[in-house]
Design a protein around this ligand. Structure first.
Ligand SMILES: Nc1ncnc2c1ncn2[C@@H]1O[C@H](COP(=O)(O)OP(=O)(O)OP(=O)(O)O)[C@@H](O)[C@H]1O
Length: 441
C-alpha cells in the first residue's frame, strides 16, 4: 500500500502499540491479531489525543498528521495499514473539499490504500462521494471510538473499493505502491499526473532533468504505477560493460541509466536487444543524444523532472520532510525551521538539486542542538568541498576543474566507454567511476 520503511517490516521500528489493553491487563494474549499502524489525518489536537488513547488500548498504534503536507511526508516515510481521514482541516471549512482532494491524491499514489473518512453530521452524501473516490468506509461525527476502530479493523481486511486502472497494477488489499513525489507546485502536480497517465502503459518513458532532482524517484513512480509493480525493477547502468548482457535477461520494468552516454552503435544494439515484453524506463541527461532507433524504443514519452529553481515554493515542504526523516533516523525531535532559514533555503542555489537540499537539512538536524534550524545551522552559501578533493582555495590552479575536464575529454574520446577511458587516464574503472560521480559526469 504505502511505503513501509524497511525498519518497520519486522515491527522493530513501527509505531508501537501501547502495552496496556482495554482491561488494563496488558495486550490480550489470547488474540493473535497484530496491531495495526494507523495514520490519523486531523487538525484537532483533542480528537488526536482521544483517538490515540483508544487505538492504543485496542492494541494498535496511531500516528497523527495535522494537515495533508505532514500526512504525505509521513506516507513517504512509513507504511501504514490504514488511514483515518477527516474531510476538513482549515478552521471554518466544512465543505469537505480539502479532505476529498487529499483522498484523491492518496488513492492516486496508492490505489491499495485503506482509508476511512470522518464526515460531519448529516454528511452522508459526502461519505458516498468519498467511497466513490476509493475510501473503504466512513464514520459520521460524533463517532464512537470503539465503532470507529471496528470499522478500521474491518476495512483493512476488505478488498479495495476501486477497480484497477486499465493496464495498471492489480489493486490489492495490502497496497502495492510505495513511491511518493512530494511538492504542491503546479509543475510537480503535472509530473504526478503524467506518471499516473503513462505509468500503467508499456510505453518507454524517458526521465530527464538535472541530476539529483528526483529522476530515479520519478522512474520508480512510473514503475510503481505499472503492471509490473509487484516485482522489483531491474536497474541497469549502461556505463557498465556487462550492461547489454543484463538487458537480454531482463523482465518486467527495466530502469536504464545513461543510455545517452553510449555511442551510436551501442545505442542501436541496445534498441535491438531490449526484449519486447520489457518496459524500459530510462534516466538520462539529453534525449537528443539518442539514436532514432533507441529513441523510438525507450522514449515514447518524456517526463522532465523540473529543477528546484522552477519550484521554489516546494523547498520548505521538502526541507520539513527531510528534516523529519533525518530526525527520525538520528533519534532527534522533529526540527522546526525559523522563518529566516526557510527564506534562505528557498533562495539558495541548489546545484545538487533535491539531493543537495536533503543533505543540507540532514547536516543541520545532526548539528542542531535544540531542534530549531536557523540559517547558521544550514551553512548555505559555503560550497562544500567535493569529497576527497584536496582543494587549495588560494591556488590559481583549479586542480579539481582540470581533473574534471580531463575526465570529460577522455570519456568523449572513448565514446563514454568507461574501461577505455580509465585505461587512457591510468586509473582503475572503480577509481574513474568515483571521480565521475564526484564531478557529476
Ligand atoms: N519530490 C520529491 N519528494 C520526496 N523526495 C524527493 C523528491 N525529489 C527527490 N527526492 C529525494 O531526493 C533524493 C535524490 O533524488 P533521486 O535519487 O531521484 O535523484 P536523481 O535525479 O535520480 O539523481 P541521479 O540521476 O544523480 O542519481 C532521493 O533521496 C529522493 O528520494
Amino acid at each position: 500500500m504505502i511505503k513501509r520503511d524497511s525498519r518497520h517490516t519486522d515491527g522493530a521500528d513501527r509505531p508501537s502499540p501501547d502495552t496496556v489493553s482495554a482491561n488494563g491487563q496488558g495486550p490480550d494474549a489470547s488474540s493473535e491479531k497484530p496491531g495495526l499502524a494507523i495514520l490519523l489525518i486531523d487538525d484537532r489536537p483533542e480528537v488526536a489525543t482521544a483517538m490515540e488513547i483508544a487505538f492504543r488500548m485496542a492494541g494498535h498504534s496511531l500516528t497523527v498528521a495535522p494537515d495533508p503536507e505532514e500526512a504525505f511526508s509521513q506516507l513517504a516515510r512509513t507504511q501504514f495499514d490504514g488511514i483515518v481521514l477527516d474531510l476538513n482541516f482549515s478552521p471554518g471549512k466544512s465543505d469537505g473539499k480539502e479532505g476529498l482532494a487529499c483522498l484523491e491524491r492518496i488513492m492516486a499514489d496508492d490505489p491499495g490504500a485503506c482509508v476511512v473518512v470522518l464526515t460531519a453530521h448529516g454528511g452522508v452524501r459526502m461519505a458516498v462521494t468519498a467511497m466513490q473516490k476509493g475510501a473503504r468506509d466512513f464514520a459520521v461525527k460524533p463517532w464512537n471510538n470503539a465503532d470507529l476502530i471496528a470499522k478500521v479493523e474491518a476495512a483493512v481486511t476488505r478488498e479495495p473499493n476501486i477497480a484497477p486502472a486499465a493496464g495498471g497494477p492489480a489493486v490489492t488489499g495490502r497496497g502495492t505502491r510505495q513511491v511518493r513525489i512530494l511538492g504542491e507546485t503546479a509543475i510537480i502536480e503535472q509530473l504526478r499526473q503524467m506518471i499516473r497517465r503513462v505509468g500503467p502503459t508499456m510505453a518507454g518513458a524517458a526521465i530527464t532533468g538535472p541530476s539529483g532532482a528526483g529522476r530515479t524517484l520519478t522512474a520508480l513512480a512510473v514503475h510503481a504505477a505499472s503492471v509490473h509493480a509487484d516485482s522489483a525493477p531491474s536497474l541497469i547502468d549502461l556505463r557498465e560493460d556487462s550492461a547489454l548482457d543484463a538487458i537480454v535477461e531482463a523482465t518486467g520494468s527495466v530502469l536504464l541509466r545513461h543510455p545517452d552516454r553510449l555511442d551510436e552503435l551501442a545505442q542501436d544494439r541496445l534498441a535491438a536487444l531490449l526484449p519486447d515484453h520489457v518496459r524500459p524506463i530510462a534516466i538520462l541527461d539529453r534525449i537528443d543524444r539518442l539514436t532514432p532507433a533507441l529513441r523510438r524504443r525507450i522514449a515514447t514519452i518524456e517526463l522532465a523532472v523540473p529543477p528546484l529553481a522552477q519550484r521554489r515554493d516546494d523547498i520548505p515542504i521538502l526541507a520539513r520532510h527531510f528534516g523529519a526523516d533525518a530526525a527520525e533516523r538520528f533519534g532527534r525531535p522533529a526540527p522546526r525551521f525559523t522563518e529566516a532559514a526557510e527564506t534562505a533555503l528557498r533562495e539558495a542555489d541548489w546545484p545538487d538539486e533535491v539531493r543537495g537540499l536533503a543533505a543540507a537539512v540532514e547536516r543541520a538536524v545532526l548539528l542542531g542542538e535544540d531542534g530549531t534550524i536557523d540559517t547558521g545551522a544550514l551553512a548555505l552559501g559555503v560550497p562544500s568541498p567535493a569529497p576527497g578533493a584536496d582543494r587549495n582555495e588560494t591556488s590559481s590552479y583549479d586542480l579539481d576543474r582540470s581533473e574534471r575536464a580531463m575526465i570529460a575529454a577522455a570519456l568523449a574520446e572513448h565514446h563514454h566507454n568507461v574501461s577505455h577511458a580509465a585505461k587512457a587516464l591510468g586509473l582503475s574503472r572503480g577509481a574513474l567511476y568515483r571521480r565521475m560521480e564526484r564531478h557529476g559526469l
